[in-house]
Design a protein around this ligand. Sequence first.
Ligand code: NCD
Length: 318
Amino acid sequence: MAFRARHLLGIEHLGPDEIITLLDLAETYVTLNRQPQKHGRALEGLTQINMFFEASTRTQASFELAGKRLGADVMNMAMAASSLKKGETLIDTAMTLNAMHPDLLVVRHPHSGAVDLLAQKVNCAVLNAGDGRHEHPTQALLDALTIRRAKGRLHRLNIAICGDIAHSRVARSNILLLGKMENRVRLVGPATLMPSQVDQLGVEVYDDMRKGLDGCDVVMMLRLQKERMDGGFIPSEREYYHRYGLDAEKLSHAKPDAIVMHPGPMNRGVEIDGLLADDINRSVIQDQVEMGVAVRMAAMDLLARNLTAATTTGGVLV
Ligand code: NCD
């Protein structure tokens, strides 16, 4: 089986064969999730702990459902009420949980790199559910599955990622994944919202939406990540919407069958027109949510198989 990873910390560490293996397995879970009886047994007897140190609606719910559908015992830690508030460090909290023998640890944290650090300290599989502005691998994988199903392929597509790229882990993981699968990625947004060293990412950069969307197959919109901004990155939301908000007119510059994506949470009237977001002929935003559960089931299933292999061979999880 072409999935060697012990943890899912980022797209950076995955090979194209591993990405395809995961997406193919996720397809079977899309089918399962559409049945009235949704139970699989891949995680039966295993314990999954979700630790979300940042707000989350869809990612946490999605991981919880994914674990439960595959038979795991799932525990959601209420991090706001945890001992971190009493001064315990992230690592001490992780070590405490580690002593309870979890098999899968799903972690979201505001600091880039925090989840990688934690993975070095525990001996279960760790899944990164978003760390600062670094990576959000399951989001990029669910986006990839959504694109593959809508376009029939995951290579040689023109994909525009638009808006607040600088603060977005979603953008970073998507740039890595779409690049590995040999797509042409364009970043579209104001210079103030582009990451530093953007020239080293293997992408094209546009500050004009109409030019950036010209001939695109996929238009991926991002939220303005105000919680990660420490100053004025845009003149005003009104001005931003005028220049960078996706509406039907701007979308008309992309290919006639271009799809519209957004990872959520969405700010209607800031980065995207509400009517367009709801237009089922163009928007695949709800499909992204559906694919999210299937992709997380596949990710935990594959990691659990490697977990068993490591245990039975006496291997150490690294
Ligand atoms: C994203 C995140 O948390 O990085 N949301 C998500 O997981 N669906 C994007 C965002 O917060 O804007």
